[in-house]
Write a protein that binds this ligand. Structure first.
Ligand code: NDP
Ligand code: ZN
Length: 184
């Protein structure tokens, strides 16, 4: 497998762009982890576990939280990375004008209707988030809240099945580990 020079270039440009956008952010875990670790982990999970080699999917994974969690606009992404990548990132971004419960409900409802690249990024995102919940949860989250989060991701992931068995298997293994953690 070889990447074209311009594909390597766009992936590096995305890492550089996302690192700058997430520069002052940290994940919610108690370990004070820089935010950029998460999009890099999502892209690497797609590559390493999912066997994904599609440059647009991997680049979108790096950028997947820039619209939702930073001041980045769709216009900016479209100008810098092109419309195809912008559309994938928009597909995996919640509409922040909606109340949180509605956003969570829409994720479950809309997951099966997304494009394949968007579904792959969403699946890897949920894998990484439940991995974090199991191994490095936000310190102020009760066990009940962590468990509710796992349950919600399971509903979203049900709408993402049938596209990548290896990623689904990774999610299911982690979910079982999480359920075990909260069963006693
Ligand atoms: P949030 O949406 O506030 O937080 C989860 C999101 O934060 C993830 O999807 C992830 O999104 C990001 N994130 C950042 N750091 C971490 C980390 N270390 N581990 C995992 N995710 C991280 O959570 P919810 O509001 O969805 O709460 C979860 C559940 O708990 C819900 O079902 C909600 O109804 C319930 N709840 C319970 C409360 C209680 O006290 N019992 C109070 C409030 C909610 P990204 O990848 O986009 O960064
Ligand atoms: Zn994410």
């Amino acid at each position: 497998m070889t990447f074209e020079d311009n594909q390597v270039g766009i992936l590096l440009k995305a890492i550089h762009f996302a690192a700058a956008k997430h520069m002052r952010q940290r994940r919610k875990s108690s370990d004070d982890i820089p935010y950029i670790n998460h999009p890099i982990e999502v892209a690497f999970t797609l590559f390493e576990i999912g066997g994904i080699r599609d440059p647009a999917t991997l680049t979108s994974a790096i950028l997947h939280d820039t619209i939702e969690d930073t001041s980045t606009t769709a216009e900016e992404l479209s100008t810098v990375f092109g419309q195809d990548i912008c559309i994938i990132v928009l597909e995996v971004s919640d509409d922040k004008r909606l109340p949180k419960a509605e956003r969570k409900r829409l994720q479950i409802l809309n997951a099966p209707h997304k494009s394949i690249p968007a579904r792959l990024v969403k699946l890897a995102d949920k894998i990484c988030n439940i991995r974090d919940i199991i191994h490095s949860p936000p310190p102020d989250w009760s066990a009940e809240r962590q468990e509710e989060y796992l349950d919600w991701t399971a509903q979203v992931v049900n709408g993402l099945r049938g596209i990548n068995p290896a990623l689904e298997n990774e999610y299911d293994t982690l979910l079982a580990e999480g359920r075990l953690k909260f069963s006693h």
